[in-house]
Design a protein around this ligand. Sequence first.
Ligand code: 13P
Length: 257
Amino acid sequence: MSKQRAKLVVGNWKMHGRLAGNTALLQAVAQGAGALPDDVRVGVCVPCPYLAQAQALLDGSRVVWGVQDVSAYTEGAYTGEVAAPMAVDFGASLAIVGHSERRAYHRESAELVAVKTQRVLEAGLTPIVCVGETLEEREAGKTEQVVGVQLDEVLAKLSSEEAARIVVAYEPVWAIGTGKSATAQQAQQVHAFLRARLVAKGAPDVALLYGGSVKPENAEELFRQPDIDGGLIGGASLKDQDFLAICKAAGAVSVTQ
Ligand code: 13P
């Protein structure tokens, strides 16, 4: 029997947003989140220049905030980088690491993602470690091999206590921004595989999020799956009504419902 875990829905704004427009979006999310069941947690990961704005508008609300990447270093001559402790200065509690866009466009290796996860944990933030296969890898039957290696590289560097503090997001690359989500069954199958690895590491209750074209229309069916503990939402997190509808879908299947 799988255990019921609290749901977590996190928006990944990617490189979107402007100071003026963000205000209305953040205020609407903060207000809407107040009406959700207690065991639905909500977060937004904003571009770094808007961290102070997120802090000002979300502090005291149910919504937590964070960044979309961090440096593998804590401090030093690394032009353009942002260290995890800097995000902490602005009240952040989340940091995405290993998003497929960073792995693909910035050539981030599994090893680098593992080091970044350590930096995030050291800073006291919750890392959201993204894993996922390309369409080519899926069609070659390599999905489990690919996501298994991506997760193992991170877990190998962590104690079981540290592993218990991470969040894992399964984001099939072919489903990101394409409008073509994995089916609930496809996602559940990979989540069950990832869960088994986390159980073996002694971290069975890690939140496993699904990401890739989550919308108000498909969220509830995805969130009903026993090993899907919520979502990492891209495009739909930029529209307050869509994002809140996805959060409500998490509420509809939550433990207290
Ligand atoms: P979309 O929801 O736009 O497909 O993006 C998913 C994602 O990459 C979240 O990190």
